[in-house]
Design a protein around this ligand. Structure first.
Ligand code: GDP
Length: 453
């Protein structure tokens, strides 16, 4: 396999940059361009040691740098690795990279270091994917989950299910292949139980996927309500700064204003919409149309009402429109004398949160209601691992096949038919961990990585 190199730090000015070389020739290439200040030549350096020196190419010094050597198999990739840490200027870093390439290393593809780590058995496919998740984590939950997956927890969880399925398959195979032998018969009851256990383990993983999506991508949230109930003020309160102009003139928000707000661990992708009302104003009515669209497409609706006024027919119409949606009723302006309370919304069967956007009250209550609405309040950050789309698809297909097997068993189909579907389920789980993934699957996984990782 060729020796590859890449800049592993961002393409930006910083304190230091790291250029990584991996492959059989990594040490030789480093020796060609790195002159240590100490007596030990690069080729004599032990693994896990570093040297201070100069990067020199074509007899010209490029920079002072530190060279770190890792010898196969004790390195990230499992190959010989040399890492040059130089000053973090964009030009100087590129010059060091150029020296590496001209001395025989090939530019690495995105994710190629981690791909080699996977191919050399250093990581499972799920652990490799977790590396990217650690890099892209934007919150503590996401980071905890990525770290757990990186430590191999997801692999273990899947492996546990796969191992059970494999032992079922072994039992079934013996029974199908040697029916004349005096083997203990396959117990339908025990088989059903094992299949059900596997299905529920996979269901839990799918559940975690949904939560993960929320932590990774945030919740599309539309703030709706008639004009002047305080939608823009609520948005500003959630953002922590004034994004929208707040006036007491009805119909001032004509566009849909979009911003991300962080509520504890959750990111809300907020859309502040035009007050939904009948209007003759052309521009405003376009805004109202957009608001209706947002209402239809958002995962969460915050329907805002003015507590200091009686409910109007427009309010009631809105309540009717959102009755089948995931929705929180936000009763705003609770700093004023209230004319309505949560009792007035009892029949709509939606959580009600009292806030005062003006006094910035009620943020924590909103957060708690969202957590429970999306069933995130019982999430255990010490054990929950979020999966990605690829992993979810594998789990889903495995689960579907197990359900088919269960059905086949129930309807008294041959054990052959049951075996085939369980074995398909197994294959999907092995594809997930990478133990039986095609080259195309592996390539696809690393395609999403950044260069240098
Ligand atoms: P929108 O049309 O629904 O976006 O409402 P705005 O956010 O523009 O607010 C309309 C008016 O209500 C403004 O004068 C705000 O200052 C006022 N307002 C908003 N929230 C509160 C609140 O919690 N308490 C009080 N007293 N006034 C509020």
């Amino acid at each position: 396999m060729s020796t590859i190199c890449a800049i592993s730090t961002p393409n930006a000015v910083g304190g230091i940059s790291v250029i990584r070389i991996s492959g059989e020739d990594a040490v030789n290439i480093a020796e060609k361009i790195f002159v240590p200040f100490s007596k030990t030549p690069v080729s004599q350096m032990n693994g896990h040691t570093c040297a201070y020196g100069k990067v020199v190419y074509n007899k010209k010094t490029i920079d002072d740098a530190v060279l770190t050597i890792f010898l196969a198999p004790k390195s990230y990739t499992g190959e010989n690795v040399a890492e040059i840490s130089c000053h973090g200027g964009i030009f100087v870093t590129k010059e060091v990279l150029r020296a590496c390439i001209e001395s025989g290393a090939e530019p690495a593809e995105p994710g190629e270091f981690t791909k080699r780590a996977f191919l050399n058995g250093k990581l499972s496919l799920t652990q490799a994917e977790a590396v990217m998740d650690v890099i892209s984590a934007e919150g503590r939950q996401a980071l905890n989950s990525a770290n757990l997956a990186h430590e191999g927890m997801l692999f273990k969880r899947i492996k546990n299910t796969t191992d059970n399925l494999v032992s079922i398959l072994a039992e079934l195979a013996a029974w199908v292949d040697y029916p004349e032998e005096d083997l203990p018969s396959v117990e339908n009851g025990a088989l059903t139980l094992s299949l059900n256990t596997a299905i529920s383990q996979l269901s839990q993983i799918l559940c975690d996927y949904d939560s993960g999506l929320i932590f990774r991508e945030g919740i599309d949230t539309a703030i709706v309500g008639r004009a002047n109930v305080g939608k823009s003020s609520l948005m500003n309160m959630l953002l922590g700064f004034d994004r929208s102009i707040v006036t007491d003139i009805a119909g001032t928000t004509r566009d849909v204003i979009e911003e991300s707000a962080r509520l504890g661990e959750i990111v809300l992708k907020l859309s502040d919409t035009a007050g939904i009302r009948q209007t003759d104003d052309k521009v405003e009515s376009l805004g109202v149309d957009l608001a209706m669209k947002k209402l239809a497409n958002s995962r969460l609706i915050m329907a805002v009402f003015d507590a200091s006024e009686e409910l109007t027919t427009e309010d009631i119409k809105l309540l009717d429109e959102i009755k089948d949606k995931q929705c929180i009723i936000v009763l705003n302006k609770t700093d004023l004398t209230s004319k309505i309370s949560s009792r007035d919304f009892a029949k709509y069967n939606k959580p009600v949160v009292m806030v005062s956007a003006k006094e910035q009250n009620g943020k924590k209550d909103l957060e708690n209601v969202i957590l429970s609405l999306f069933k995130l309040d019982n999430l255990n950050s010490d054990t929950t691992i979020f999966t990605n789309e690829r992993q979810k698809n594998c789990v889903e297909k495995a689960k579907n096949n197990l359900e088919l097997a269960l059905n086949a068993l129930e309807f008294g189909e041959t054990l052959d038919a049951v075996t085939v579907t369980i074995s398909k389920a197994c294959d999907f789980l092995l594809e997930l961990t990478g133990e039986k993934a095609t080259e195309a699957v592996v390539d696809q996984v690393f395609h999403n990585f950044c260069v240098g990782k």
